[in-house]
Write a protein that binds this ligand. Structure first.
Ligand SMILES: [Mn+2]
Length: 195
């Protein structure tokens, strides 16, 4: 942790092992990466402890919630009223990562300030989602079907934001992505190390 200014927790195909949030494994949970679970979850908690900047994307967003005591649902489209957020099986990368649904932010949230907007369009691609948020997890942005898409962690000294969508796909052109990475960059440059 000492040689880094902060950490970016990326997306990834394998899901967090449900044992990490005390759920039974089912076929819907898919494939796992226990090594990543073992690194990412304690690292998030360690960064939260000292306020070292962290940004989570997709699986990273889910890791923030599990690291802080929350649970996931393996297939959110099976929940009442939810739409399918999964990646389309066919098409080019640009078609798969096209802006797909809006995210509405809570009034006065850090996201509204960073994006200078209360609502943005995102390229959200995921089968899993947050079921129960951890005690310190604030859901600050929702898709129109009520799916959690943006979070912050309460009582953290530093930058700790995570989004369910993929700002990295069009990082240099998408204005929402640019604003998010610029905010993370400012936090990284401001990190002076743990006291
Ligand atoms: Mn979504």
């Amino acid at each position: 942790m000492k040689v880094c200014d902060g950490f970016l927790f990326t997306g990834g195909r394998p899901n967090i092992h449900p044992e990490e949030y005390e759920h039974e494994v089912t076929e819907a949970h898919g494939v796992f990466d226990r090594d990543r679970d073992r690194v990412a979850l304690p690292l998030i908690r360690a960064c939260v402890e000292v306020g070292q900047p962290i940004l989570g994307i997709c699986r990273g967003f889910q890791e923030f919630n599990v690291a802080m005591g929350g649970t996931l649902h393996p297939e959110i489209r099976d929940l009442p009223g939810r739409i399918n957020h999964r990646m389309p099986p066919d098409g080019t990368m640009d078609e798969k990562f096209a802006l797909r649904h809006s995210v509405k932010f809570s009034e006065g949230s850090l996201y509204s300030k960073i994006f200078n907007a209360d609502e943005v369009m995102v390229n959200s691609l995921h089968g899993q989602g947050i079921d129960v948020p951890g005690p310190r997890i604030n859901i600050d942005g929702y898709a129109p079907d009520g799916t959690a898409e943006a979070l912050t962690i309460e009582h953290v000294k530093g930058f700790a934001l995570a989004v369910q969508w993929h700002p990295e796909y069009n990082a240099a052109q998408d204005t929402v992505s640019v604003s998010l990475f610029e905010a993370f960059g400012r936090a990284l440059r401001g990190w002076k190390g743990a006291e």
